[in-house]
Ligand binder design. Sequence first.
Ligand code: ZN
Length: 189
Amino acid sequence: MIESCWFCKKNPELPSKAIDVPILKVIKRERLLPSTKEVLQNPNININKILADSAKKERVTYHSMELHVPRCSVCAEAHAKVRKVNIGCVAFAIVTVLAGCVALGLSQNNSDIGIALCGAFPFSGVIVLVVGIMANKRYLRSLGTLPESDHKKYSELLRLLGEGYTIITKKQLDATEHLSAIQNASNKK
Ligand SMILES: [Zn+2]
């Protein structure tokens, strides 16, 4: 079933443009105790040590998955543009701060121009940053599109978070999948 885009609520989603949110829920935690058979088969075993060791071990059963926040190509393109403008504005602001520092160095030689520039450069950076953020907001509003960060407000995601899921990183998701593969392999033995 093709859903409509979460960000504009009008265009049909394009699956390749969806935002993937890895999530995980711990279903069960069990403490691993040695079986009676295991203990009986080892007459020399130190039962206190086994109990102490096993108390630390637990088997965690969890469910992890990637939730796809539906997005259309128009919104994906708009989000990419906004990101580019943001990166440009931040880069410009950093350059102006550096320029301000250079001006501060010059101003130590009592140059009036240096003193003026060490304030003027960072000030222009802040202006560009504010203008950029406002322009991005207006641009998204003109398209009737929610900002990219609003994927965290996706109704299905909020429902799953309410059920006890938490948002994890892609790296953590890969790690849980790797762990499941190891567990499945050892269960088959
Ligand atoms: Zn859209």
